[in-house]
Design a protein around this ligand. Structure first.
Ligand SMILES: *Cc1c(COP(=O)(O)O)cnc(C)c1O
Length: 439
């Protein structure tokens, strides 16, 4: 493995609350600050040499060492919490492409739009970028069991990484609110799966209590090590662009862990001298689950939790996002914004991404829908160099796709009229009639 020779300075956990900033050893099993209840983060890496590291990270792409082949651990100098790499568990996550589509760019009102497609990950979503780090930390702490609450992708990812790490996965799902593709993955990867009759936010509270009681490692998105792994999405994106900074990065917002990770990564890369400015972060939410968008209009008020979140984009169906304080810091620090889009807008944007040969799950398409709305309103200029994060794979939710293309998709807000409907046709076994149909 090509090594980077520097004095390794291991990080510690720091309370994100600016009035507290308490510090804890990296090996303490805590998910919130014991002193004030605030969110925790891993302290930033120190002593990075940008020019050497840019070269080293490129060189590692030619290596056959497992950790070099991982699009997360390749950037391990950005992950200083892990000084014992023998604990690292990898399925060769990351390594996701930047894809362009003239059709989707035009639909979004942009000249240049690239999709960073996290659906190319081993379990089909960006959750793998974080889970490889979270599961590695669980193993390092000697944990035998890991648990999460999930709208689907977290459970699919945790089940796979726990299995690789030799931990028993226990998954808590909202009963009846999850796509079959994701549930099927959790079952196949061998997780104990409990469907609770409550919504995501309620189950999260339940599991926190259980994790403490039973000594189970909690791998929810509050887990600061998952956030660390998701930082590498930005590092890899910049590496793929030869370190040219885009003007905007658009990302769907659910629990708001991903945008928190992106902001942290970009700040750390800027202060270490890898980049000289920050892209602006645009967070897009679904209209029926948009507390962060509401908060962005009145940030002095209490956080406006949505009690009964609604959207067919189940991955972002979250009314009480745990990471909002971090996310708000990153959005404002980057000069970014928060927008919301309708079910109809998500569905049509998704079909455009699909018709480009790219495809994604519903939550991911909120990015293109949001970009279209923001360019139309003049909030993003047409020549803005923009990267949209496609968070999940097209096959995660085939039921949604079938319904959209056959005119049977209905959201809480009413029926969706697919502007790009593409229904299969039943035809007789008759070459002449088929030829006539295709003429
Ligand atoms: C988890 C997830 C999201 C939401 O990400 P947050 O970090 O919770 O904001 C969006 N899209 C997909 C596909 C996801 O799996």
């Amino acid at each position: 493995m090509p090594q980077y020779n520097r004095g390794f300075v291991p990080s510690h956990l720091v309370c994100f609350n600016g009035n507290c900033r308490a510090q804890y050893p990296i090996t303490e099993v805590i998910y919130n600050c014991p002193r004030c209840g605030g969110l925790l983060e891993a302290s930033a890496p120190v002593g990075l040499d940008p020019e050497r590291l840019k070269r080293l990270w490129r060189e590692r792409r030619m290596s056959n060492a497992p950790l070099d082949q991982s699009g997360v651990w390749r950037y391990r100098e950005l992950l200083p919490f892990e000084d014992q790499l023998e604990h690292a568990v990898t399925l060769r996550e990351g390594n996701t492409p930047l894809l362009s589509s003239p059709r989707a760019s035009a639909y979004g009102g942009l000249r240049t739009l690239a999709f960073k497609h996290q659906g190319f990950n081993p379990t089909g979503s960006f959750k793998d970028n974080g889970m490889t780090c979270g599961a590695s930390q669980g193993r390092r702490l000697g944990m035998k069991r890991a648990a999460c609450v999930s709208t689907g992708n977290t459970s699919a990812s945790m089940a796979a990484y726990a299995a690789q790490a030799g931990m028993q996965a226990i998954i808590f799902l909202p009963h009846g609110n999850i796509s079959y593709g994701k549930l099927a993955q959790a079952l196949e990867y061998g997780a104990r799966t409990l469907q609770v009759e409550a919504n995501f936010d309620q189950i999260l509270k339940l599991v926190r209590v259980l994790a403490e009681q039973l000594g189970i490692y909690l791998l929810n998105s509050v887990n600061p090590f998952r956030i660390e792994g998701q930082k590498t999405i930005m590092a890899e994106m910049l590496d793929q662009r030869d370190w040219r900074v885009p003007d905007w990065v658009a990302v769907p917002g659910g629990n708001l862990g991903n945008v928190s990770a992106f902001g942290k990564a970009l700040r750390e890369l800027q202060s270490a001298g890898f980049i000289d400015r920050l892209p602006r972060l645009a967070v897009i939410q679904a209209e029926g689950s948009a507390p962060f968008e509401a908060f962005s209009h009145a940030p002095a008020a209490a956080f406006p939790t949505v009690e009964h979140p609604e959207t067919l984009a189940t991955a972002i169906k979250i009314g009480d996002p745990v990471s909002w304080p971090k996310a708000w810091h990153e959005v404002t620090n980057s000069g970014g914004l928060v927008e919301k889009v309708t079910e109809q807008e998500i569905a049509d944007a998704k079909a455009v991404i699909g018709a480009s040969g790219i495809g994604c799950e519903p939550a991911s398409a909120a990015t293109l829908a949001g970009i279209r709305k923001l360019t139309a309103a003049g909030r993003i200029p047409p020549d803005a160099d923009t990267v949209a994060i496609l968070t999940g794979n097209v096959l995660k939710d085939p039921d949604y796709i079938y319904r959209y293309h056959t005119g049977q998709l209905t959201a809480h807000s009413g029926a969706i009229r697919g502007a790009f409907e593409n229904a299969p046709m039943v035809v007789p076994n008759d070459p002449e009639r088929i030829a006539a149909l295709l003429a």
